[in-house]
Design a protein around this ligand. Structure first.
Ligand SMILES: Cc1cc2nc3c(=O)[nH]c(=O)nc-3n(C[C@H](O)[C@H](O)[C@H](O)COP(=O)(O)OP(=O)(O)OC[C@H]3O[C@@H](n4cnc5c(N)ncnc54)[C@H](O)[C@@H]3O)c2cc1C
Ligand code: FES
Length: 264
């Protein structure tokens, strides 16, 4: 059962020209949060349920009762979110969805983050390190200024590789080109979050290499709780060659790479 609450905004900090970090006081969410789950936020103050928007849980401090999201400003909702000020209250639904499945995790894992898709992968990296896994983190963005969480990732005991489309830092090109190289080096599992084209490339590369992968999908959402069906994606049925629709908000947002069907 999704729980709705009013959370106090602690900080709403600008990270670069497009991206922000929102920190809220939400003890119950911090207590329950699992990596890969998301929050459905009412971006504007007041009663306007049409303006709820989904954001991955980026950080949580169970002791302090605080939760953070990273958001990229794109349209109406995120523009309203950047107007929100510390001290104000924000209506939050969550934590929602099924996060990453960490049962039977391989000893050596690769995390692939594209743009703002880094948000749920930083806490995932921390959790995998706690579980004593060897983590390679591939961080991709359009350019150096849009590479998020670099400082934090550099402090963690993991192998960090960077790719930018314009070549301003690290490998010039797609982050998935780094994945192809790494998989030759006995990595047993991949976790990815980012734009759909990146996830489709991760799917193709991991299926070809015979390596298990989990993908965190993004779809436009309405209710966020399974009722409106606005967020469905195509998933292969277990037997036969057909597919069924599943709800990203409820069955996802994390799916196995070998079951997702991306539209052409
Ligand atoms: C489970 C989940 C987790 C997410 N986590 C994050 C996160 O951590 N940080 C973050 O910045 N964003 C995240 N998103 C995407 C975020 O929800 C959208 O960017 C946001 O809803 C856009 O709202 P808007 O009103 O500003 O834009 P709109 O005015 O609604 O749309 C502006 C543009 O963004 C596109 N867009 C809108 N919603 C989505 C969406 N859900 N997926 C893909 N494209 C969309 C539209 O097609 C349009 O081109 C996540 C989405 C999902 C489903
Ligand atoms: S957003 Fe309504 S069913 Fe997923």
């Amino acid at each position: 059962m999704a729980s709705q609450s009013l959370a106090k905004i602690i900080a709403n900090q600008q990270l670069n020209s497009k991206d922000y970090r929102l920190l809220i006081s939400a003890p119950q969410i911090a207590k329950e949060a699992q990596v890969g789950q998301f929050l459905h936020l009412q971006c504007k103050e007041g009663i306007d349920p049409l303006l709820r928007r989904p954001f991955s849980i980026h950080d949580y401090d169970r002791q302090q009762g605080e939760v953070a999201i990273l958001y990229r400003v794109l349209g109406k909702g995120t523009k309203q979110l950047l107007e929100r000020r510390p001290g104000q209250e924000i209506d939050v639904l969550g934590p929602l969805g099924n996060g990453f499945d960490l049962t039977n995790t391989a000893d050596k894992v690769v995390l692939v983050a594209g743009g703002i898709g880094v948000a749920p992968l930083v806490p995932l990296a921390k959790e995998l390190i706690e579980l004593d896994k060897e983590v390679a983190f591939l961080l991709g963005a359009a350019n150096e200024l849009e590479l998020l969480c670099m400082g934090e990732l550099e402090q963690l005991p993991l192998q960090l590789k960077v790719a930018t489309i314009d070549g301003s830092l690290g490998h010039q090109g797609y982050v998935t080109e780094l994945l192809e190289e790494l998989l030759a080096d006995s990595y047993g599992q991949v976790f990815a979050c980012g734009p759909e084209a990146m996830l489709a490339a991760v799917q193709e590369i991991t299926l070809k290499a015979g390596v298990e992968a989990q993908l965190s999908l993004e779809k436009r959402m309405g209710c966020g709780t399974g009722a409106c069906l606005s967020c469905v994606c195509k998933v292969k049925v277990q037997q036969g060659s057909g597919f069924e629709y599943q709800r990203v908000c409820s069955e996802g947002p994390v799916f196995r790479a070998d079951e997702v069907i991306f539209d052409e």
